[in-house]
Design a protein around this ligand. Structure first.
Ligand SMILES: Nc1ncnc2c1ncn2[C@@H]1O[C@H](COP(=O)(O)OP(=O)(O)OP(=O)(O)O)[C@@H](O)[C@H]1O
Length: 389
C-alpha cells in the first residue's frame, strides 16, 4: 500500500523541480537540523518488547534505512513515526516539532507531513493515474495540481500512462504511481516499508534506481524499512542495523560493511569464513593467512571472520615470485562455480594441524580453475575482522 497521509503544501520551502541528483546534499553540517529526530524509543505489545532504546535521525534529503531480520522491530519504529502507534517511551520530532509525547500530544497520522508507502500499492481504482497522483494536492489550483502530478509521474517513468486506470497497469507500474502519489505533496518525510519486495528481481532494480533518484530530487528525508542488506547499501546514506528491538550499529554503508562493530553486523551482509584462534604478536593465524587483531589483548581468544572476497587467489605457477618473497598460504580447488559477476571457489587449505579446512573465496568475473588446481592465497585486510571470542 502506498498512501500520501498528509499534504504538506503548508510546509515552508517550495517544491523544487528539476534539481540535479546530488548525494552529497545529504546534510552533515552541524547547523542543519534533522528532518526526523527519534530519541530513545521503547515499545511493547503487551508483555513483548518490540523496540528498545532506538535513536536515529534523518537529515533533509537523506535516505536512512532501518535494516534487520524479520521481527526485529523495524516496522514498529516506522509505525511510531507515522503515528499509527501511540508513543510509549521516548521522543519524536519532525522538522523540530514534537509529534508525540508520552501520555500527551499525539499528532494524528493525517496531520503529519509524511508520505507513506508500503509493500502493496493501494491506488484508487476509480481514478486515473494522473488523478491518483493529484489526489493529495487539493490545496492547489487544478492546473498546478495536474502539472505537479505530471512532474512526479515523469520522475517515476509513468508520464505516458497518465490517463490509464490502475487495473490497466502491472504491479511494478502501480508501485511507481503509488510512489509518485506519496511524493507529490512534497512531504517532509517519506516512510517506505519494504516497498520493492513484491517485485521480481529485475524490475526491483529498475524501480529502486528510479525511486532513489526521485527521492533525491527534493528535500524530504526518507526512512526506508528493508531486510535486504543489498537494498540498504543501494538506497541508504545511513543505515540503522537492528536486532531484537535494538540498533546494533548506526552509520554509513561503508562504516557498517568495512568497520563492523559486532560479528552480527559482519554476517548480516553475507556468509563469511570463520575461525577461532589466539592473538600472537597482534594477529591471529588462520589457514588463509594472518588476520590483524589490533584491539585485542595479546594471548586473548579471538573469533576471526574473513569475507569470501577478502581471499585473493593466484594460480601457483604464476605465484612463484610471491611464494619466494612473502610465503603465501596455499589451497587446492575443490569446486568452482560461476555466480554471474563473480566466481565462487570452494577451497581446501591446510589447517596447520595435519588436517584441512574448507574455505570460500569469491573472485571477480569468470574464474573457473580445474578441480585440484593449487592456488596461492593472499588476504585483503580491509575485509577481515577479529572480535573477542
Ligand atoms: N500488533 C502487534 N501485536 C503484538 N505483537 C506485535 C504486533 N506487531 C508486531 N509485533 C511483534 O513485535 C515484534 C517486532 O515486529 P515488527 O513488525 O516491528 O518487526 P519487523 O522487523 O518489521 O519484522 P518484518 O521484517 O517481519 O516485518 C515481532 O516480534 C512481532 O511479532
Amino acid at each position: 500500500m502506498w498512501l500520501p497521509i498528509a499534504s504538506s503544501l503548508d510546509v515552508p520551502g517550495p517544491l523544487t523541480m528539476n534539481q540535479p541528483f546530488n548525494a552529497s546534499r545529504t546534510c552533515t553540517a552541524a547547523s542543519v537540523s534533522p528532518r526526523l529526530d527519534v530519541r530513545r524509543l521503547h515499545h511493547r505489545y503487551a508483555e513483548h518488547v518490540a523496540v528498545e532504546e532506538v535513536s536515529l535521525e534523518v537529515m533533509p534529503g537523506e535516505v536512512v534505512c532501518l535494516l534487520g531480520p524479520s521481527g526485529c522491530g523495524k516496522t514498529t519504529v516506522l509505525r511510531l513515526v507515522a503515528g499509527l502507534e501511540r508513543l510509549q517511551h521516548g521522543e519524536l520530532y519532525l522538522g523540530g516539532e514534537a509529534l508525540s509525547t508520552v501520555g500527551g500530544r499525539h499528532v494524528p497520522p493525517e496531520k503529519r507531513s509524511v508520505g507513506l508507502a508500503f509493500q502493496e500499492a493501494a491506488l484508487f481504482p476509480h481514478l486515473s493515474v494522473l488523478d491518483n497522483v493529484a489526489f493529495g494536492l487539493d490545496g492547489l489550483p487544478a492546473s498546478q495540481r495536474r502539472a505537479r502530478a505530471r512532474h512526479w509521474l515523469d520522475q517515476l517513468g509513468m508520464a505516458a500512462r497518465a490517463e490509464s486506470y490502475p487495473h490497466q497497469l502491472s504491479g511494478g507500474q502501480q508501485q511507481r504511481v503509488a510512489l509518485a502519489r506519496a511524493l507529490a505533496p512534497s512531504p517532509q518525510l517519506m516512510l517506505l516499508d519494504e516497498p520493492f519486495s513484491s517485485l521480481d528481481a529485475r524490475l526491483r532494480e529498475q524501480i529502486r534506481d528510479d525511486t532513489l533518484h526521485a527521492l533525491k530530487q527534493g528535500e524530504a528525508g526518507t526512512l526506508l524499512v528493508t531486510h535486504d542488506p543489498e537494498e540498504a547499501m543501494f538506497m541508504a546514506d545511513r543505515i540503522a542495523l537492528m536486532r531484537e528491538g535494538r540498533v546494533v550499529q548506526w552509520g554509513t554503508p561503508y562504516q557498517l560493511y568495512c568497520q563492523p562493530q559486532d560479528p552480527f553486523v559482519v554476517t548480516f551482509f553475507g556468509a563469511v569464513n570463520e575461525w577461532s584462534g589466539d592473538v600472537r604478536n597482534g594477529a591471529v593465524a588462520t589457514p588463509a593467512g594472518a588476520v590483524a587483531a589490533p584491539t585485542l589483548a595479546e594471548g586473548a581468544r579471538a573469533r576471526v571472520m574473513i569475507r569470501p572476497e577478502a581471499i585473493r587467489v593466484t594460480p601457483l605457477a604464476h605465484a612463484a615470485s610471491a611464494v619466494e618473497t612473502s610465503a603465501p598460504r596455499h589451497a587446492r580447488v575443490v569446486m568452482a562455480k560461476l555466480l554471474g559477476r563473480s566466481s565462487l571457489l570452494h577451497l581446501a587449505a591446510a589447517d596447520g594441524g595435519g588436517g584441512e579446512v574448507h574455505l570460500h573465496a569469491q573472485v571477480p568475473g569468470v574464474f573457473l580453475p580445474d578441480v585440484g588446481t593449487s592456488l596461492a592465497l593472499e588476504l585483503d585486510a580491509s575485509q577481515c575482522f577479529a572480535f573477542p571470542a
